[in-house]
Design a protein around this ligand. Structure first.
Ligand code: ZN
Length: 337
């Protein structure tokens, strides 16, 4: 599926950091972007490289979707504080992967509407989003042993805080990923099967044999004190677990979740006013109401009742007060522990 490098032109992105230099570097991935307000302008994507000798490399990213904030909060903080003397190997930090989307506070890029997590392997001669994806695909992922991509629900979803890895055909690779999830120590840990994996950063990293973990740490287009703490502790824990950061993993109890089938997901079939019937983390039995969608065009109409397709806990819900037909209204997960 991956095109051989020789068929592709070089990436237009120039890093201002040296990935092989020891110490702390704060710089940019500079992507030329000529436009009305800046004829010879560039998109300047912040990047930090903290390296101390030989050892494994961790690649840490936030704002793959621009309206998800625990990742940028944890990673700008880590880039500012990480002491190279505590590092064995290398940590590459890109706090806001889809930087134009992050600056606009939107899930996708305001330049090309590109959804970063549907843009892999990218194109060096494509849109801005595709060019960023291509640089990760051909230049950053190959450097990494461990890849951590921090997500949250964004403006339209809210999640119980979990760290996750995918069920993979290579069981040794899968076991390494689940061990990293366990080390992250989020309140919930999730074994995910991806329904639509094409174009995802996750899939690109996993296809290269990397240990890949991700998170969903809340949402609603903001971050909470608790979810930021989980992100900061989790990232440090995973770096310790990988032997890149000195110190012991600070484990916290985690409960494993499974999302076994498409029955986990419930979708709105009408527009209206959204009322959740259960809060995040609360148990729900199959057939019970998860949410009501109240008609808003006139009075006297019954709400649509959204019911649980299986028993479990409410793992995610639609966040805004209004909902549209087709929106993901609720997600159920099964507690395994
Ligand atoms: Zn996301």
């Amino acid at each position: 599926m991956l095109r051989p490098d020789r068929d592709l032109p070089p990436s237009p992105i120039s890093p201002t950091v040296d990935f092989d230099a020891d110490g702390v570097q704060h710089g940019f991935l500079r992507l030329p972007y000529s436009r009305d307000d800046s004829a010879w302008g560039s998109v300047m994507i912040p990047i930090a490289v903290i390296r101390n000798g030989e050892g494994p490399t961790a690649l840490l990213t936030g704002a793959n979707h621009g309206d998800e904030y625990e990742g940028p909060l944890a990673l700008f903080d880590l880039a500012r504080k990480l002491d190279p003397l505590q590092v064995s190997g290398r940590v590459i930090i890109v706090p806001a992967m889809n930087y134009p989307a992050f600056r606009a506070g939107t899930r996708t890029s305001p330049i090309d509407k590109g959804n970063m997590n549907r843009s892999f392997p990218g194109r060096p001669d494509g849109t801005v989003t595709q060019k960023i994806a291509d640089f990760f695909q051909r230049h950053l992922l190959p450097l990494a042993d461990l890849v951590v991509d921090l997500h949250a629900g964004g403006k339209t979803l809210d999640f119980v805080p979990f760290c996750a890895a995918h069920v993979l055909p290579d069981k040794a690779q899968e076991a390494r990923a689940f061990a990293a999830v366990e080390a992250f120590s989020a309140p919930y840990s999730n074994r995910m099967i991806e329904i639509d994996a094409v174009g995802m950063y996750d899939t690109a990293a996993e296809a290269m044999g990397k240990v890949f973990i991700t998170t969903e740490l809340g949402g609603g287009g903001t971050a909470r004190a608790q979810t930021v703490r989980i992100a900061r502790r989790g990232v440090a824990n995973v770096l310790r677990h990988a032997g890149i950061l000195a110190g012991k993993v600070e484990t916290q109890p985690t409960r494993w979740l499974d999302m076994p089938s498409a029955d986990c997901f419930a979708f709105a079939e009408t527009d209206g006013l959204f009322e959740t019937a259960v809060d995040l983390g609360e148990p729900v039995a199959a057939g019970e109401p998860l949410a009501y969608i109240h008609p808003i065009a006139r009075t006297g109409r019954e709400p649509q009742v959204i019911r649980a397709g299986m028993s479990g806990i409410l793992a995610a819900r639609h966040f805004p007060g209004l909902v549209q037909a087709g929106d993901c209204a609720a997600v159920i997960a099964v507690l395994m522990s």
